[in-house]
Ligand binder design. Structure first.
Ligand SMILES: Nc1nc2c(ncn2[C@@H]2O[C@H](COP(=O)(O)OP(=O)(O)OP(=O)(O)O)[C@@H](O)[C@H]2O)c(=O)[nH]1
Ligand SMILES: [Mg+2]
Length: 596
C-alpha cells in the first residue's frame, strides 16, 4: 500500500484539529465526537498542546497525518514534525487571514523544500473573505521567497467543522473528497520498493511515554523495514554508536495505536524498547550506515525554581508533597517533554527550563491535577554568554488594537525596551509589530488585557537570542500582604478593595505573609484582612451593614506567574493558587531587605 505523510499546520485556532478529526471521521477511522485533542487540558483550553499522529486510509493509500499545535510556545514541536513529513496542509482562517504563526510555519515548510496545500478554512463565517485571503496567502508565499514549484500550490476552501472542502469556492461539495484527492495528487509517495530493499534507517521526531513500556519514540522509517524484537544500532548526531532492541512496534490508526510485527519504509511508527532514545538520532541496522541529518531541538528561554511547599497551609490538599515525589514526577516528565530541561543539582530546589511561560505552566497544571503540591519562584529569562557577550531571548510581538489605543501600547512596549518594527492601519484597527526582549514581555499580557479593555489581540513568538537590552523597570504595583492568619472578612476586604485589586474573597483562609491583592500605590503594604467590625451597643443606622465587594481577581497559575515579584513564591496545590512573600513576617522581610 502507498504511504503519504503530511502535517497540518496553522496559526492557533484556525481549525487544524477540527480538520484532522473530520478526516478521521469520514474515512471511518473514528466516531462522531472523537477528537485528536484528547488530553484533559487541551479539551478545557480548546487548544492543542502536543502534536499527535494519526493515519487514515483512502483509495488504497495510507495517509499519516500529524496534527500540530498552533500556539507559539509549542512552535518547536512543529519544526521537528516538519522534518519528517513530505507536505503540509496550511490551514488559514477565511476571516483572519495569515497570522504570525502562519508565516512562521510556512517559512519553515518552504525552507525545507515542502510544497504546501493551502486550505482556506471557516468559509462559512459571515465575515469570511476567502478570495482576499487567498491573495494574501499568495503574497505571503512571495514574501517568503517560495520557489516556482511551491508557488504553484493548490488552494481548497473548507468548512472543517462540517467536514466540507472544495476546489473552488462556488463548487458544490458535501465532504472532504476534494481534499483527499488533492493529497493523493500532490503529496509525494513516501513508500517504494527501492527504499524498502535498503537496510533500515529510521529517525524519531517525537517522544511519548507508557507506564508499562517506558519511553516510546515516534519516527519515520526512511529506508528498509523495522521488525519487532529486532536488534538495532543507534547513532547519535555526533556519530556515537550504541545498541538496542525493539520490544514493541506500533502504527497509528485513527485515535489508537495498532501493534504490528513489522513496518516498511515510508511509514511513521512508534517503537518501545529503547529507554535512552532521543529526537534526531538514527536507528539503523549496521554501524557503518550514515546517520540522518540531526533534528534541532530549540533552547529553553525561561527558567524558574520549583521546590516543596513549605507554606503554613502546606499538605492540606495535596497527595504528593515531598521532595522525592516531586523529583520522580519531574524525571518522568523529561521522558517526553522534549523542550524541557531540569537541573537537579541544587538540594533545596529544582531549576526548570522551558520554552515560555505557557510551556512551564502546562507542566505545573498537570502536576497539580495529579495531586502534587509545590512552590515556584518568579520566572526569569535565560541570559547566556555568547562570544563574551551577554545575550537574552527576544520575541516578535504582533498586536492588533483599535487605533485610538495604539499610542499608549507603543509607549508601554517602548518603555520595556521594545523596538517598533512595523505599524499599519486598516478599518480603525492598528497592527503593530515589535521586537522586544522576552524579559520585557513577562507579565505584560495581563496589563495588555486591562489596557485594551479586552479589545486587543497580542501574539508573540521567540525569534532568538540577541545582545542584552539593559535594565527594564516594571511592576508599578506593590503587594498587599496579610499580617494575620485566619479567615478573611468582608468588612475588612471592603476597605482594602479601595487600595488595590484583591486576589481573594470573603471567607478565604489566609496566612501571615500571604499576598491577598496588589497595592495600587506601588509599594508593598501590610494589612489585616481578618479584622471584623467593632461591635458596639449603640446601633447607628442599618445602612452601613451592607457590604458590597467587587469580585476578586482570582489567581490562576499563569496569572500568578506573571504578577509575582522577585521576593515572592507561588504556592500551587490541587485546589489553590496562593501568592506569598518568601519571608512571611514583616520582621523577617525587613531584616532580609537590610542584608541586601
Ligand atoms: N465557523 C467555523 N468554525 C470552525 C471551523 N473549523 C473549526 N472551527 C472552530 O474553530 C475553533 C478552533 O478549532 P481547532 O480545530 O481547535 O483549531 P486548531 O487550529 O486545532 O487550534 P490549535 O491546535 O490550538 O492551534 C473551534 O471552536 C472550532 O469549532 C469552520 O469551518 N467554521
Ligand atoms: Mg489543534
Amino acid at each position: 500500500m502507498d504511504i503519504r505523510n503530511i502535517a497540518i499546520i496553522a496559526h492557533v485556532d484556525h481549525g487544524k484539529t477540527t480538520l484532522t478529526d473530520a478526516l478521521m471521521r469520514q474515512t471511518g477511522m473514528s466516531e462522531v465526537g472523537d477528537s485528536m485533542d484528547s488530553n484533559a487540558l487541551e479539551q478545557e483550553r480548546g487548544i492543542t498542546i502536543y502534536s499527535k499522529n494519526t493515519s487514515v486510509y483512502y483509495s488504497d493509500t495510507k495517509i499519516n497525518i500529524v496534527d500540530t499545535p498552533g500556539h507559539a510556545d509549542f512552535g518547536s514541536e512543529v519544526e521537528r514534525v516538519l522534518r519528517s513529513i513530505d507536505s503540509v496542509l496550511l490551514v488559514v482562517d477565511a476571516q483572519e487571514g495569515p497570522m504570525p504563526q502562519t508565516k512562521f510555519v510556512l517559512k519553515k515548510s518552504l525552507d525545507l523544500g515542502l510544497k504546501p496545500i493551502v486550505v482556506i478554512n471557516k468559509i462559512d463565517k459571515p465575515a469570511a473573505q476567502a478570495d482576499i485571503v487567498q491573495e494574501m496567502v499568495y503574497e505571503l508565499f512571495l514574501d517568503l521567497e517560495a520557489n516556482d514549484e511551491q508557488l504553484d500550490f493548490v488552494t481548497l476552501y473548507a468548512i472543517s467543522r462540517d467536514g466540507i472542502a472544495k476546489l473552488h469556492s462556488d463548487d458544490d461539495s458535501k465532504d472532504l473528497t476534494p481534499l483527499l484527492e488533492t493529497i493523493l495528487k500532490e503529496v509525494p509517495v513516501a513508500s517504494g520498493e527501492e527504499l524498502q530493499k535498503k537496510p533500515l534507517r529510521m529517525q524519531p521526531f517525537n517522544l511519548a511515554y507508557d507506564n508499562f513500556l517506558g519511553r516510546l519514540a515516534i519516527g519515520r522509517i526512511y529506508e528498509g523495514t523495522i521488525k519487532d524484537a529486532s536488534r538495532v544500532t543507534i547513532k547519535d548526531p555526533d556519530g556515537k554508536i550504541r545498541e538496542g532492541k525493539i520490544s514493541k512496534l506500533f502504527t497509528f490508526e485513527g485515535l489508537t495505536r495498532k501493534e504490528v510485527s513489522s513496518a516498511d519504509a515510508g511509514d511513521i511508527v512508534m517503537i518501545a524498547g529503547l529507554p535512552d532514545i532521543f529526537i534526531g538520532e538514527t536507528i539503523c541496522e549496521n554501524a557503518d550506515q550514515e546517520a540522518l541529518p540531526a533534528i534541532n531541538v530549540d533552547e529553553p528561554t525561561i527558567s524558574l525554581n520549583l521546590f516543596v511547599n513549605n507554606s503554613p497551609f502546606a499538605g492540606k490538599d495535596g497527595k504528593f508533597v515531598t521532595n522525592r515525589q516531586i523529583k520522580e514526577r519531574l524525571e518522568k516528565e523529561l521522558e517526553v517533554n522534549v523542550g524541557l530541561k531540569i537541573d537537579f543539582s541544587a538540594i533545596e530546589f529544582y531549576k526548570i527550563y522551558g520554552r515560555g511561560e505557557m510551556h512551564i505552566a502546562i507542566l505545573l497544571e498537570n502536576m497539580r491535577r495529579e495531586g502534587y503540591e509545590m512552590q515556584i519562584s518568579q520566572p526569569h529569562v535565560i541570559i547566556k554568554e555568547e562570544d563574551g557577550q551577554k545575550v537574552e531571548p527576544f520575541e516578535e510581538v504582533t498586536i492588533n488594537v483599535p487605533e485610538s489605543m495604539s499610542g499608549s501600547i507603543i509607549k508601554r512596549l517602548s518603555s520595556r525596551r521594545g523596538n517598533l518594527v512595523e505599524m499599519t492601519s486598516e478599518n480603525g484597527h492598528a497592527k503593530i509589530i515589535f521586537e522586544i526582549p522576552t524579559r520585557g514581555l513577562l507579565g505584560y499580557r495581563n496589563e495588555f488585557v486591562v489596557d485594551t479593555k479586552g479589545e486587543g489581540i497580542i501574539y508573540s513568538r521567540v525569534i532568538g537570542f540577541r545582545p542584552y537590552a539593559g535594565d527594564i523597570k516594571k511592576h508599578d504595583v506593590g503587594s498587599m500582604i496579610s499580617m494575620a492568619t485566619g479567615k478573611a472578612l468582608g468588612f475588612s476586604l471592603c476597605n482594602l478593595q479601595n487600595r488595590g485589586t484583591l486576589y481573594i474573597g470573603a471567607t478565604t483562609q489566609v496566612y501571615e505573609g500571604m499576598v491577598i491583592g496588589n497595592a495600587a500605590k506601588g509599594d508593598d503594604m501590610t494589612v489585616n484582612p481578618i479584622k471584623g467590625k467593632q461591635l458596639s451597643n449603640v446601633r447607628a443606622s442599618g445602612s452601613d451593614d451592607a457590604i458590597v465587594l467587587t469580585p476578586p481577581t482570582v489567581l490562576t497559575l499563569e496569572k500568578g506567574m506573571s504578577v509575582m515579584s522577585e521576593d515572592e513564591y507561588l504556592e500551587i496545590t490541587p485546589h489553590n493558587i496562593r501568592l506569598r512573600k518568601q519571608f512571611l513576617t514583616e520582621n523577617d522581610r525587613v531584616r532580609a531587605g537590610r542584608k541586601k
